[in-house]
Design a protein around this ligand. Structure first.
Ligand SMILES: Nc1ncnc2c1ncn2[C@@H]1O[C@H](COP(=O)(O)OP(=O)(O)O)[C@@H](O)[C@H]1O
Ligand SMILES: [Mg+2]
Length: 292
């Protein structure tokens, strides 16, 4: 396998560009990782809320409709706003279901049609956030193929890093990129074929559930991720610490950005620190002034 390490992302300040040009195509953020439980849906919801808070028209697509975490998150948000008589900004949300067709080619054609139709329905949005399942599937690959920015959250552990690369246990050096990294590379090639050789997508890896205590693991992860990012062409964002608030907010459909809007848990020091981590993520994406 050959991985292009010299890729220069051409979408570093995407949203600013879309926001200044009403006719621009939506900027598509795909949140993907071939592993469950790494924070994809939580990150998707916080991206959506951040862009909404900044006044962007936001579309969202749940490609993991079977689990439906993002869809449920958004339903919870609508219910919470109604119940409390408050206004919460909402995305234009869609789910794309897996086809039930028996023949693979039919199923894939049906899924491609449904996905394209959904993208057309969201054509007047400035930003589209796509949440994907934690496994390889045709729908997930379709989503990845449309990314302008791919965001990959990984839990801060070598178990999760294994989805991106095989690590030598003695030296903690990268032995070789793994299956998901290879499939992202294939998507980069497919993008180049569709749009031209010098167009690709920006890939950002975010470390999630960072522990303040485990500094040995953290340092080892720092160095492995830094080496890997050079080899397989991703950027890194500072990431999110392990915080109970992420689990608490789901039932009310709220995000760290909504806490001042009333209802839900009150703002604590931990929430403020988490919001700073979110600002740092948006800054990495290219949105410098998150209005929260
Ligand atoms: N930074 C975090 N701190 C604590 N819990 C988190 C954090 N990020 C995600 N979680 C929790 O981890 C679980 C998996 O997150 P989820 O976003 O559903 O992952 P995925 O979509 O990748 O399967 C959920 O219970 C979520 O609330
Ligand atoms: Mg999910």
């Amino acid at each position: 396998m050959q991985i292009d390490t010299d890729v220069k992302p051409d979408h570093q300040t995407p949203v600013a560009a879309s926001a200044t040009n009403a006719q621009a195509a939506p900027h598509i953020f795909v949140v993907g990782n071939e592993k469950g439980g790494t924070g994809k849906s939580t990150t998707s919801m916080h991206l959506i809320a951040g862009f909404l808070a900044n006044g962007h028209r936001v579309g969202s697509i749940d490609l993991d409709a079977r689990q439906g975490t993002l869809t449920r998150y958004i339903e919870n948000r609508r219910d919470f706003a109604e119940k409390n008589g408050i206004v919460l900004a909402m995305p234009d949300h869609h789910s794309v279901l897996n086809s039930r067709a028996q023949i693979k080619a039919d199923a894939e054609a049906e899924e491609a049609t449904a996905f394209d139709r959904t993208l057309r329905e969201l054509a007047d949005c400035e930003v589209i956030v796509i949440d994907t399942p934690g496994r390889d599937s045709h729908l997930s690959r379709l989503g990845h193929a449309h990314a302008d920015t791919l965001i990959t959250p990984i839990n801060d552990s070598f178990v999760d890093l294994d989805v991106l690369a095989t690590i030598d246990p003695d030296t903690l050096r990268v032995r070789r990129p793994s299956r998901y990294a290879e499939s992202v590379f294939q998507e980069k090639m497919s993008r180049a074929r569709r749009l031209g050789a010098n167009r690709t997508f920006d890939w950002i890896v975010i470390r999630n559930r960072l522990s303040q205590l485990d500094s040995r693991n953290r340092k080892a992860m720092d160095s492995a991720i830094s080496e890997l990012s050079k080899r397989i062409g991703f950027r890194t964002a500072p990431g999110f610490s392990e915080r109970v608030v992420f689990r608490e907010l789901f039932l009310e459909g709220l995000t760290l950005l909504d806490l001042k809007s009333g209802g839900g848990p009150k703002l604590s020091m931990s929430h403020l620190a988490a919001r700073q981590e979110l600002r740092d993520l948006f800054s990495t994406i290219g949105l410098k002034e998150l209005k929260i």
